[in-house]
Design a protein around this ligand. Structure first.
Ligand SMILES: O=C(O)CCC(=O)C(=O)O
Ligand SMILES: [Fe+2]
Length: 339
């Protein structure tokens, strides 16, 4: 039993109805194929998002984490709170996302996986071990993807680790794992096929450099397509779930590091419509708090000007905690106003 109150009690943020799904347009990239670097860069420029296949993480690892997480979320509410502490922001949270009034139809665990303030020691030991093992594997995927990104951006071979080194294996880097559980929402109230339109996780961009997401086979994730010349209305596109693949998000910091070449992707999650829960696990790769976030000299053309006022990751993260989920957190740092 999941200790979440009835759907009617949560703030139902009005959502734009989804246009017909056009799932085929979400790029799917075999990370080991020749040409992967160019495909990654193209996807990050156009969508800030892609599906990564052939990533080398054994299926059993994600499945064990999924099973352990589902068992944890099935515990009584108070026990989950007692074990992990209330999310501030690390720990166990339910419905409330952050401290600024954002709500969603979910419960979650937010864990820091690189600092000593990790509440994972309060998790059931087998879940803690699985989270740690899974994180080691996904960290490698994120490192590989960041190298492909650098290659696709045209960074010289000797410097292709420039992004990876900010996160992977760097002393003090800010890596987090979030496990989100979206219980079935209104299947009891609506006929099959009707969009219940309840927000699972409201629209936002991820502030870090990179996010690596894996979910079970329950749908709900959507990304916003960037406006283009023919279509200047924002369009939400459902992302068909694929438990065998990872989904890579460009975060705000990577947008700045690439001087806007890669764009952080707006995304959201709708609460599940059927009887199945959605379970997602997201690895967020952030740098050390003192890391300066400014366009990388390796990607800038001669004479190119920075589009952003520089900041440190620590400053940005602190500012992000003071904003609402859907706020454009990069706007205060833009030197050339976006439309
Ligand atoms: O749960 C999901 O599928 C995505 C959630 C998300 O975007 C996040 O936790 O930042
Ligand atoms: Fe996100």
């Amino acid at each position: 039993m999941v200790a979440i109150t009835a759907p009617s009690s949560i703030d139902q943020i009005p959502l734009v109805k989804c246009p017909k799904a056009n799932a085929a347009i979400i790029p799917s990239i075999d990370l080991s194929a020749p040409g992967a670097a160019a495909a990654v860069a193209d996807a990050c420029r156009r969508f800030g998002f892609f599906k990564a296949t052939n990533h080398g993480v054994p299926a059993g690892l994600a499945e064990s984490l999924e099973a352990g997480a589902m068992a944890f979320f099935a515990l009584p509410h108070q026990q989950k709170l007692d074990m992990s502490g209330p999310a501030r922001p690390l720990g166990y949270g339910s419905k409330s996302i952050g401290s600024n009034g954002d709500v969603g139809w979910l419960e979650y665990l937010l864990l820091s996986v690189s600092s000593s303030s990790v509440p994972t020691s309060a998790l059931p030991p087998s879940l803690q071990m699985t989270v740690e093992e899974y994180t080691r594997a996904v960290r490698e995927v994120s490192g590989k993807v960041m190298e492909l990104m650098a290659e696709g951006l045209g960074v010289a071979k000797e410097e292709r680790e420039v992004l990876r080194r900010m996160v992977v294996g760097r002393e003090g880097s800010d890596e987090m794992v979030r496990v989100n559980h979206y219980p079935p929402c209104c299947s009891c109230l609506l006929p099959p096929g009707r969009d219940c339109g309840v927000t699972g996780f409201g629209e936002h961009t991820d502030p870090q450099i990179i996010s690596v997401l894996r979910s079970n086979s329950t749908a709900g994730l959507q990304i916003m397509l960037r406006e283009n010349d023919d279509d200047d209305l924002p369009r939400w596109v459902p992302v068909p779930p694929d438990p065998h693949s990872f989904f890579i998000n460009v975060g705000d910091s990577l947008q700045v590091l690439t001087n806007g070449r890669f764009r952080s992707v707006k995304h959201r999650v709708l609460a599940p419509e059927g009887n199945e829960s959605r379970l997602s696990v997201i690895y967020f790769g952030g740098p050390a708090p003192s890391q300066r976030i400014a366009p990388l000299p390796q990607v800038m053309r001669e004479g190119e000007e920075s589009l952003y006022r520089e900041f440190t990751w620590g400053e940005y993260k602190k500012a992000a905690y003071k904003t609402r989920l859907g706020d454009n957190r990069l706007r205060p740092y833009e030197l050339v106003a976006s439309p």
